[in-house]
Design a protein around this ligand. Structure first.
Ligand SMILES: *[C@@H]1O[C@H](CO)[C@@H](O)[C@H](O)[C@H]1NC(C)=O
Ligand SMILES: *[C@@H]1O[C@H](CO)[C@@H](O)[C@H](O)[C@H]1NC(C)=O
Ligand SMILES: *[C@@H]1O[C@H](CO)[C@@H](O)[C@H](O)[C@H]1NC(C)=O
Ligand SMILES: *[C@@H]1O[C@H](CO)[C@@H](O)[C@H](O)[C@H]1NC(C)=O
Ligand SMILES: *[C@@H]1O[C@H](CO)[C@@H](O)[C@H](O)[C@H]1NC(C)=O
Length: 504
């Protein structure tokens, strides 16, 4: 009895240890070394056999443990294949054709549907030679991430994708750098009703270069049924319809990034847009926007990037834009905006945020003078482009305080007076274009101090005097009017294009 009683606790303790050991061993073992499930290995091999692989990217797909194959990841606990990442690594060579060598192609085998735990599938930047996106992709219902971008698919986007009810990220961006495509729009979606199947999960959608002309009447309603959406990219989708009202805009409250660029929307800026108060980035470039920029835009308090360039916007720029606390990038170029910019720049310069980095107002009908005080306060501004407007007056010497400036473009205005010597304080300046104005007097010799300056165009003014002797300007190409004049009669030295000095 005593013996038994003495034995019992240690026996239990000992068997408990063994039990823990047996329990933990497979878990620990598989965590460091998941072992491939043979039916899944077979499914992957079948998938591989249907692909073409000219650069042998799948050469590791032969050993017994498919979890170790290149591009495959398994769940550490269950060993199920959860991720297939076959994105072409040769992205940068895409433009030069090198991409094609690294591309996978051929057929996508339905054996993929046997991977019941696959949550991540990236076949992007490959070359599937204008075959259709297989319908059966829609039955891999475990998918959370699907990337078929840049892969030369053709035809109708299968509505079966609406069965992927867990999908969080869908990238179908259809631009291809292979020119042999049957049309410029290889993929199309005539109906986006299937998106409703993704309503409980989808946060990212990119259908750039997919023709949505067939879905034109309802595209926005369909999209607005995705209440979790954070990013929407519909660049160049043949959209022609931007509804002015949207009852369900409230559903898009989480939207942070909206890009509808390169569509023929031919519309004023609709008011429902200002309900999307989570927006950080709004890009409506080249969409034929008309009318003025409503001051309600001030409701988009989180906006960091606003790009409304290449439109037909008219009226004055609302100065409330200057109060957006996070604004870093503002491009309103290439429109028909008019009036003065004093109040806008005053607001921008008083802004307590990190500060504006990019300000493009070029190619509009803006006029008046440049505001002396506020301009000098834009200390984070790197790019200032006010060219091709009707600005008058002189350059305020406060520009010398814009310590971050890399590019100052004021060409094609009606500005006059002396060019201030304070420009020489801009020690990060790379490009200075003051051409086609009425500047007079001597060329400021302080420009010689800016070692970063590589492009200087002062032509078509009334300037006089010497060209500043910047060590970087050694052997510049010097323009007088349109005539190329080399400092020394050595033709070779004229070819240094990166260092251009232009005067008249
Ligand atoms: C990427 O491109 C280079 C040059 O064309 C080629 O040598 C290399 O094999 C490619 N890499 C892959 C993984 O295809
Ligand atoms: C999809 O893949 C491309 C490269 O092939 C990449 O640029 C893009 O960011 C990916 N999309 C997502 C949503 O991760
Ligand atoms: C998947 O979607 C298609 C097309 O919408 C539909 O016909 C099919 O029944 C769906 N399959 C499943 C398993 O839900
Ligand atoms: C500036 O342009 C506006 C609108 O085109 C015009 O009414 C105004 O007279 C112009 N002001 C100056 C100073 O040219
Ligand atoms: C300099 O400005 C003139 C007039 O604006 C333009 O015609 C010329 O192309 C410019 N030159 C360079 C090198 O940028």
């Amino acid at each position: 009895m005593d013996f038994k009683l003495n034995l019992k606790p240690s026996f239990f303790f000992f068997s408990f240890l063994i039990f823990i050991f047996l329990l933990s061993k497979p878990v620990l073992g598989s965590a460091s070394n998941p072992k491939c499930i043979s039916s899944e290995r077979q499914a992957l091999l079948t998938f591989k056999q249907s692909l073409t692989d000219p650069s042998a990217r799948l050469s590791s797909w032969s050993g017994p443990d498919c979890c170790k194959w290149r591009g495959i990841s398994c769940d550490p606990g269950t060993s199920h294949v959860i991720k297939i990442d076959l994105r072409n690594p040769n992205q940068t060579l895409r433009l030069y054709g090198g991409f094609k060598e690294g591309s996978l192609g051929g057929k996508i085998n339905p054996s993929l549907t046997r991977l019941k735990f696959l949550s991540y599938l990236d076949l992007s930047s490959n070359d599937f030679n204008f075959m259709e996106i297989p319908e059966f992709i829609g039955s891999i219902v475990s998918l959370r991430y699907l990337n078929l971008s840049f892969s030369s698919f053709y035809g109708e986007v299968p509505a079966s994708l609406g069965n992927l009810s867990k999908l969080e990220s869908l990238d179908l961006y259809a631009q291809t750098f292979i020119d042999e495509g049957p049309t410029s729009y290889n993929l199309r979606a005539s109906n986006l009703g299937w998106l409703s199947g993704l309503s409980s999960s989808l946060t990212y959608l990119n259908m750039g270069f997919v023709s949505l002309s067939g879905a034109d009447e309802t595209w926005l309603q369909d999209i607005s049924r995705l209440p979790k959406l954070k990013e929407l990219h519909l660049f160049n989708c043949e959209l022609r319809n931007l509804p002015l009202s949207l009852s369900s805009s409230a559903n898009l409250k989480l939207l942070e990034v909206l890009d509808l660029s390169r569509n023929s929307l031919r519309s004023p800026i609709p008011n429902w847009l200002f309900d999307l108060t989570g927006l950080r980035k709004l890009t409506l470039q080249w969409v034929e926007l008309q009318g003025s920029i409503p001051s309600e835009i001030k409701k988009l308090r989180l906006l960091e990037t606003l790009d409304l360039s290449f439109n037909a916007l008219s009226g004055e720029i609302p100065d409330v834009l200057g109060n957006l606390p996070q604004l870093k990038y503002l491009d309103l170029s290439h429109s028909s905006l008019e009036g003065q910019i004093h109040r806008l720049l005053d607001a921008l310069s008083k802004n307590k945020g990190d500060g504006l980095v990019y300000l493009g107002l070029n190619s509009n009908s803006l006029n008046g003078t440049l505001p002396a005080e506020s301009l000098g306060e834009l200390r984070n501004l790197q790019i200032l482009d006010f060219s091709l407007n009707y600005f008058t007056g002189s350059i305020p010497s406060s520009v010398g305080n814009m310590a971050s400036l890399k590019k100052l473009a004021l060409h094609f205005n009606s500005m006059e007076g002396k060019i201030p010597e304070s420009l020489g304080k801009l020690d990060r300046l790379e490009t200075l274009d003051l051409s086609s104005n009425k500047f007079s007097g001597a060329i400021p010799q302080s420009l010689a101090a800016i070692s970063s300056l590589h492009t200087l165009n002062l032509s078509y003014n009334k300037l006089e005097g010497r060209i500043p002797k910047n060590p970087k300007f050694k052997d510049p190409s010097i323009y007088i009017g349109n005539e190329l004049l080399c400092g020394k009669p050595l033709p070779k030295k004229c070819s240094r294009k990166q260092q251009t000095v232009v005067v008249n």
